[in-house]
Design a protein around this ligand. Structure first.
Ligand SMILES: C[S@@+](CC[C@H](N)C(=O)[O-])C[C@H]1O[C@@H](n2cnc3c(N)ncnc32)[C@H](O)[C@@H]1O
Length: 317
């Protein structure tokens, strides 16, 4: 089905639907009106020295992030949320889990943590001096105790929908919710969502239909779940480190308004192209909740190489 086509504006106005601002996050945030966004969702640079960031010491990085979070807090609606998706900062092989460092910054502003969501994925670098990292974290904070949470919009099928109350006045009646169960704070990529009731969102690697030139792109469905749960139709969603526009696409896909800020001209141009492709029905997106491919065991890549079997005299399982 074709989406309604909205032109991309480059300056925020509450009456727009789509805003793409090419510039510095802090400078652009300062121009935005108070309390205008229902959801701010982003993955900031992790200070890892990627092509789009200059690595500095952890204290300096956090001081910079703090100034941004203060502005984000100002522009978040009274009943709004901030979802901050982070992994680890790594220095000389030592791991610094960024959510631990970010938590006090949000807390000092009076924000309340509602969930620390673990997003697990099965692919990534294979470490040799520690266990390979296979999850990142989404910190979900609300600005006050009044906030939007549309649980029914993101329920997942129950594992045992046929379970019945076994005693009391409801004995014999189904004990679950006909719309499915709460997806929990563990969003896992493993087997079929319809079977295990967990949210499964693969990270965007080269064989993912959404892959662009961006090194660490959000899967649209990861943000779509936040958009569905934490905002209502017509609400504004903002991503201050917008990359190639995944959050804005998730917002407009679900009939919300979307704004992003991105400093890099190439990523901004890619974002605009993807947003327009999406609106024309031409962008390839992994559908929300689509089961992840499970190898049957018969594929060549799922089998133990013959050389290993010989080397180990057939002792490998
Ligand atoms: C972790 S990536 C986010 C990717 C994004 N979630 C997506 O799906 O494409 C961080 C982004 O922040 C941008 N960035 C870094 N410093 C910035 C700044 N000061 N202002 C605005 N954007 C910045 C980078 O160019 C990069 O695209």
């Amino acid at each position: 089905m074709l989406q309604e086509y909205f032109p991309v504006s480059h300056e925020f106005r509450a009456t727009e639907h789509l805003v793409l601002c090419q510039g510095d996050a802090l400078e652009e945030l300062k121009k935005l009106p108070d309390e205008s966004f229902k959801l701010i969702v982003s993955s900031p640079p992790y200070n890892l020295g990627k092509a789009y960031e200059k690595q500095v010491c952890l204290e300096k990085y956090l001081d910079w992030q703090k100034t941004i979070i203060q502005e984000m807090f100002r522009v978040t609606a009274h009943d709004g949320s901030i979802v901050w998706q982070v992994g680890n900062y790594i220095d000389s092989g030592e791991v610094f889990p960024l959510d631990i460092y970010f938590y006090p910054i949000f807390k000092e502003l009076g924000m309340r943590l509602r969930n620390r969501i673990v997003w697990h994925f099965d692919h990534g670098l294979h470490a040799s001096k520690r266990f390979s990292g296979r999850y990142e974290v989404l910190l979900w904070f609300t600005k006050s105790d009044i906030y939007t949470f549309n649980l029914d919009a993101v329920r997942v099928p129950s594992k045992y929908p046929g379970k019945l109350h076994y005693k009391g006045s409801k004995a014999g009646q189904p004990s679950g919710n006909p719309l499915g169960k709460n997806p929990s704070d563990y969003w896992k990529i493993l087997c079929q969502e319809w079977e295990n009731g967990m949210i499964e969102i693969p990270n965007v690697k080269s064989n993912h239909p959404e892959k662009t030139a961006h090194p660490c792109q959000f899967p649209v469905e990861l943000i779509e779940r936040c958009v569905l749960a934490l905002t209502n139709e017509g609400d504004w969603v903002l991503d201050p480190f917008g990359g190639v526009g995944s959050s804005v696409i998730a917002a407009i896909k679900q009939n919300r308004r979307g704004m992003m800020i991105e400093r890099d001209t190439i990523f901004s141009a890619l974002a605009e192209e993807r947003i327009n492709q999406f609106q024309s029905g031409l962008l390839k997106i992994r559908p929300i909740g689509k089961p992840i491919h499970q190898p049957s065991g018969r594929e060549k890549v799922a089998q133990i190489p013959a050389q290993w079997l010989l080397q180990n005299k057939g002792t490998l399982l």
